[in-house]
Write a protein that binds this ligand. Structure first.
Ligand code: GDP
Ligand code: ZN
Length: 374
């Protein structure tokens, strides 16, 4: 049935896992992959090409087959369609893997970002040794990377760590190796979009039918990597011909791409939001020199602004710590405070607080006096 210009199902990531489910659903339904999302409609691609499809008048829980409010098709899902004008999405096939985030706004509800993704690449970046890029230091923080890996593991996708901007650090290979040792079981590759170092080597992960996507802080080079990987004639899936429910021609978002090498690349705003899921206490690790000084401040809750006996400000005065570094530190602390304010009050106490206290400048040990901000 596959037309000359339409990819076969396997090329879109279809596999036995989905075929078995379709077999149980009967002959009238046919499989398609969700490549774009709208309020009550989805852009889907099948062997018949791409079209806009509407949801049946119910929601589906892909795993239990019952109605559930949060079970909506998401980018990357395989769905069972009933032919028609427009076609109707009758079922979401049980997902092989997924990437989800916990919504702060919705009080911990799980938000499905992408489904059936094989590899989620965590992108971090090197910076020039003399440059002071707080983003790069945060992104290279092993604890932050481990948090990403934990979130990825929940949905069953395979992780891959890309340390981009390897051109900026002579020690990139060695640092990548030592991180790989720490993370175990997760490949870590230094790459550079500027020199193309390491990009060729990614081919072994990017086999035909494999779906890959990228997460990481903004500025680490996710778009650059996507562009580099897709430079050789990629086709935005579903873009060639889509109509909405009323038959109007529409432009679909460019979110799923089929590379000429045969892998599928997902690049959605949702995944970018995952990347921007907010700062974490672990990010303070990047400011170890400030944390060390802070242990010697007169007040254990010193904010390093205008408190008396502040060793951190003293160090800035002596040029031991740059004003830039302290400003970045304050900015991060501010973001963390805001996040803490937005969190539901019934949150469980955090057992790792004491370990982090050293990094945040609050000594968990002897109080040395209290500083009241006036
Ligand atoms: P994104 O926010 O993660 O999508 O990051 P971008 O792809 O927009 O890149 C952020 C900045 O990093 C841009 O100014 C890029 O030119 C730069 N950049 C990306 N890749 C590299 C690289 O391999 N080496 C260097 N030195 N800079 C890079
Ligand atoms: Zn201080």
């Amino acid at each position: 049935m596959s037309g000359p210009h339409h990819p076969r199902l396997e090329a879109l990531g279809y596999s036995e896992h989905f075929r078995a489910q379709m077999a149980k659903l009967g002959d009238e339904l046919y499989p398609a992959r969700v490549v774009g999302q709208h309020r009550r409609e989805c852009d889907v691609t099948s062997e018949k090409g791409s079209t806009r499809a509407v949801l049946a008048g119910k929601c589906w829980d892909p795993d239990r087959g019952i109605e559930a409010a949060d079970a909506q098709p998401t980018i990357g899902d395989w769905v069972a369609l009933r032919a028609g004008e427009p076609p109707v999405i009758e079922a979401i096939l049980s997902r092989r893997t997924w990437l989800s985030r916990t919504s702060v706004a919705k009080r911990g509800a799980k938000q499905m970002l992408v489904a059936n993704i094989d590899i989620v690449a965590v992108v971090a970046a090197f910076s020039h040794p003399s440059a002071d890029s707080a983003t790069a230091k945060r992104s290279l923080n092993p604890r932050r990377i481990e948090r990403y890996l934990l979130a990825i593991a929940k949905g069953g996708a395979k992780p891959l760590v890309l340390l981009n901007k390897a051109d900026l650090d002579r020690d990139a290979e060695r640092k990548a190796q030592s991180l790989e040792q720490r993370l175990q079981d997760c490949p870590v590759r230094p790459v550079s979009c500027h020199t193309e170092q390491g990009l060729e080597g990614l081919n072994r992960f990017l086999t035909p039918g494999t779906t890959i996507g990228f997460v990481g802080l903004s500025g680490v080079g996710k778009s650059s990597i996507v562009n580099a990987l897709l430079q050789r004639e990629a086709q935005a899936i579903g873009e060639e011909r889509a109509y909405d429910a009323r038959g109007r021609h529409t432009t679909t978002a460019r979110e799923l791409f089929l590379a000429s090498e045969g892998f599928i690349l997902i690049d959605t705003p949702g995944m970018r939001e995952f990347a921007l899921a907010g700062p974490e206490e672990a990010d303070l690790d990047a400011f170890s020199e400030i944390a060390e000084m802070a242990l010697m401040c007169q007040f254990r809750d010193c904010g390093h602004r205008n408190e008396p006996g502040c060793r951190v400000r003293e160090a800035v005065g002596k040029g031991e710590i740059t004003a830039d570094r302290l400003a970045s530190f304050h900015a991060l602390k501010g973001e963390l405070r805001e996040l803490a304010r937005d969190r539901p009050a019934h949150k469980k106490p955090d057992k790792s607080r004491h370990k982090r206290a050293a990094a945040s400048g609050r000594s968990p040990r002897k109080p040395r006096g209290q500083w009241e901000e006036s």
